[in-house]
Design a binder for this molecule. Structure first.
Ligand SMILES: NC(=O)c1ccc[n+]([C@@H]2O[C@H](COP(=O)([O-])OP(=O)(O)OC[C@H]3O[C@@H](n4cnc5c(N)ncnc54)[C@H](OP(=O)(O)O)[C@@H]3O)[C@@H](O)[C@H]2O)c1
Length: 305
């Protein structure tokens, strides 16, 4: 590949929340970008570009989608079977090698705790991260904590808005560097375009503040101007609620991270040093208050909780 080759970005999971945010940021910056997901979509996730239909299981299809691509924002979808995740990672490595990408940023979707946990939510990401790091490709790994945007979703926002209850399946005392999807997209693009020193590194990223559940509720209380209390949900109840919507396999996969958080001695995996994130990536993280104030919470008023 010559340096004269025009830059062309590819975003995986482009119709999903995380990939969509990256695609919107890239197009807002005027970059030439294409999104991929299994279903083709025009204007993927509110961006102005189309998403091409490619299944990560289809190696040849993935190679075709990678033609002419120079930078890749990679992530895995909701998949918790080790073999499937390993297959997707192997196909990604193969397609990226064939194309000769200049930079690949892998979003692990969740933290990757330092020692094996036994939970597929973390271990499928660990195995993909290791495959990418061992590939010789110019890879940067970003490990986010939890997204603030979860709290604006149907599983959490109605109770917050209508009952003043911030319910989440985490221990009260666990600090979390809640991060917005927009900040994660900014971090991803910064890593895609940043200094070569970022290559080969795995960076824990997060939002502007690390807070416990009750502290987060207190910030909501200040901004929304109403009483808000934190409720530490039992991860089993959370799993049952998710399973009722997505089925038991995905329910168990998603809830696994919360079962681990409840039992683990490690209380640092869900945090990241904001100064270090800003310094390494050259971005400004959004203060919690600012993010909360910017969401149209009234949309959830009286919609049932
Ligand atoms: N840290 C956090 O707070 C947080 C929050 C949410 C999710 N997550 C994690 O992020 C991961 C993704 O979840 P998500 O909710 O973001 O998923 P999502 O919104 O459903 O997005 C997944 C994206 O990948 C695409 N996709 C799915 N299977 C694919 C395949 N085989 N080949 C190609 N594209 C495929 C989907 O589109 P198609 O269906 O059209 O293919 C979609 O664009 C999960 O591990 C989840 O646990 C973390």
């Amino acid at each position: 590949m010559s340096d004269a080759q025009p830059e062309r970005y590819l975003v995986m999971g482009a119709t999903g929340a995380q990939g969509g945010a990256v695609l919107r940021r890239l197009t807002a910056l005027g970059r030439t970008a294409v999104g991929i997901s299994r279903g083709a979509a025009s204007g993927a996730a509110g961006s102005s570009v189309a998403s091409r239909a490619v299944d990560l299981a289809d190696r040849a299809g993935l190679c075709r989608a990678f033609e002419g691509v120079t930078r890749v924002a990679a992530s895995l979808p909701l998949v918790y079977e080790a073999e499937v995740a390993a297959g997707y990672a192997a196909n990604l490595v193969h397609a990226a090698r064939e194309t000769g990408v200049r930079r690949l940023v892998f979003n692990t979707n969740l933290p990757v705790p330092p020692a094996p946990t036994g939970y597929p939510a973390f271990e499928t990401r660990r195995l993909a991260e290791e495959a990418l790091m061992a590939s010789g490709l110019p890879v940067t790994v970003l490990r986010p904590p939890l997204y603030l945007d979860n709290l604006f979703g149907p599983g959490h926002a109605p109770a917050l808005v209508n009952d003043g209850v911030l319910a989440f399946p985490l221990p009260e005392s666990l600090p979390v560097s809640w991060m917005s999807l927009e900040d994660m997209a900014a971090a991803t693009v910064a890593a895609l375009e940043g200094a070569d020193e970022l290559v080969g590194g795995a960076l824990r990223v997060g939002g502007a503040e690390a807070v416990t559940g009750p502290r987060l509720a207190a910030v909501f209380e200040e901004v929304l101007g109403r009483e808000v209390r934190f409720h530490s949900m039992d991860p089993h109840d959370f799993e049952a609620a998710v399973s009722a919507v997505l089925g038991p396999e995905l329910g168990a996969g998603i809830a696994g991270g919360y079962h681990w958080a409840r039992a683990a001695a490690d209380d640092s995996s869900f945090t990241a040093d904001p100064d270090s994130v800003e310094k390494h990536l050259g971005i400004r993280l959004t203060p919690l208050r600012q993010w909360i104030a910017a969401q149209p919470w009234n949309q959830w008023a009286h919609s049932g909780s």
